[in-house]
Design a protein around this ligand. Sequence first.
Ligand SMILES: *Cc1c(COP(=O)(O)O)cnc(C)c1O
Length: 391
Amino acid sequence: MSSSPTSDAHGARAEIVVDLAAIRHNVRRLREITTRDGNSPLMMTVVKADGYGHGMLPVAGAAREAGADWIGVATIDEAVALRDGHDRGRILCWLGAPGENYGAAIERDIDVTAYSVDELAEIEQAAVDQGARARVQLKVDTGLCRGGCTYADWPALVAAAREAEERGAVAITGIWSHLACADDPGHVANDRQEQVFRDALAVVEAAGLRPEVRHLANSAASVLRPSAWFDLVRCGIASYGLDPAPGVTDGLGLVPAMTVRARLSMVKRLRTGDAVSYGHRWAAEHDTTVALVPVGYGEGLPRAASNKGEVWFAGKRRPIRGTLCMDQFVIDLGDDEAAAGDEIEIFGTGDDGAVTAQDWAERVNTINYEIVTQIGGRLARRHIDSSVSDR
Ligand SMILES: *Cc1c(COP(=O)(O)O)cnc(C)c1O
């Protein structure tokens, strides 16, 4: 496996390697993709859930180096960790519950989001208690029917926001919404949501609010739907080099940043009829060589990949045989040679036809987001910078 781009002398049983040069490349590439006639919306890189499993702080640092104007996260805790980790730029968070520590966000100049009049009131109170001004964005539900203020309640929230601004402890910095079907560009919901968003912005305008940023697009809309860009795009999955709309967005020039690799624990020869792993859900139809990979669902690999997934070894895809267990699984090498200690790639950049997180996702009927975000458990994660080190 010395041909693997991330191969090196590290002796780990298994590890996650994240290439920060790939993150920078992807952030710059997304900027290019969202540029029309020399103009581009502001770039927010979304690093929630520990940077989709890639490591929140290193990813945020790489994104800033590549020009990310904003960093987006779900929770206040994540935003606080970013600021306390010395991120100095604009940060937006967007998901809370009553009793949230808004003071921690306000004192760190983090923009928070209000979905309702009650939430806005709670944020305003936290700002008053602190003698500070909260930066607040309002989220309107344009049809995802998840978080955000319904269009019916929107005028009341906007009016409350205007009054709060006049009292002085709140500044409304943004208005935003989120799409339900951006990965399906022909879906009628996209046009509808965009229209509702424009209507919601008209309400904001009429109320006299002057937010800095209006935003609607996630990664898929950033690459597929220029009409949804407004002032800022929120790019999560594409920043990690994964396709936001598989089958729709070919050839974006993104590079997967995460590689998961392991060393074979042992190699053995099976005879025809030998059955493998818990439940004996696979039996050899002819003599074959199998190898034990010391990684399992305890590291976040999906057990549903039993008898379905593939890994990359010595320039070929190798099928998983039998049940994928908590700590380990078995792969089939046919009559190829291998030795304990040889390195395999569980998924990575996909160069030369190698296995990707997208391949794993397809095998188990999920999305690439879930594969990379779940990976972890006992695995060590190592950040490299392929542009400065020889990986
Ligand atoms: C996670 C998230 C994003 C990023 O979505 P991707 O599809 O990963 O680009 C953008 N906006 C909001 C509100 C999110 O929760």
